[in-house]
Unconditional design. Sequence first.
Length: 268
Amino acid sequence: MKTPKAESSADLHSVLVQNLGLAIAEGTLAPHSILRLDELEAQHSVSRSVVREATRVLSSKGMLESRRRLGTVVQPEGSWNAYDPQVIRWRLASSKRLEQLQALNELRGAIEPQAARLAAGRASLDAASDLVSQAARLWAAGQRGDHDEFLRLDIEFHAAVLKASGNAMFSQLHNLVTEVLTGRTEHGLMPHLPHHEALQLHVDVASAIQRGEAAAAHAAMSRIVEQSTEEMGDIWSRHQQPAPPAPAPQRGVTSRPGRAGSDPALLT
């Protein structure tokens, strides 16, 4: 019988980075609190080298800062790299989930419609045709309720529009859009089946880009982002609503078969 292999240093490092990142994003490790390396070693049963590497990674993301004669200090949210995909994921896993999704959607609203506008004037014939094909596959996946395939195609479609804009800086924002689309799905902030309007709007974006109609491409993409924000807000508000209180028992009311106005639920 083989003895299970001990976790590698890389595995321990990844787990520690994940645990500390989540704790900082949630606020369990409060801003300006000081982390002692020896305490982290003991708490997480890892070596000093694993702790040092994990804190180095989090420092590169702006979440920690090492200060001489003080230690490793947790940084306030304003210091974090807000565009880092891991930071985004940690915030999406925290109680600040909706706030993070709102911020990402606001960024999408500023970038993606303009990317669609530019793509209408810059996309090659092949790129534009590919977008139309992607929109058709996205429609089909949505209609048959294939959630995994729909998410994959949705991510590909929006990345393709950003790339077709011809703006390299827009194109590199595809990771942020991926986190929005993935995060809203993983956290139950999407309707069970995509709305018909959402499916049609993706077709409208692709068709407008193929025809070179910049204003129409901009308008359709703007509506996609607006609808996403509306859907997430509606679903979240329903999640947050408290369950209605149970009706108070009414004294002195009995139920008799055939009696007018009797209600079996009002038994005493």
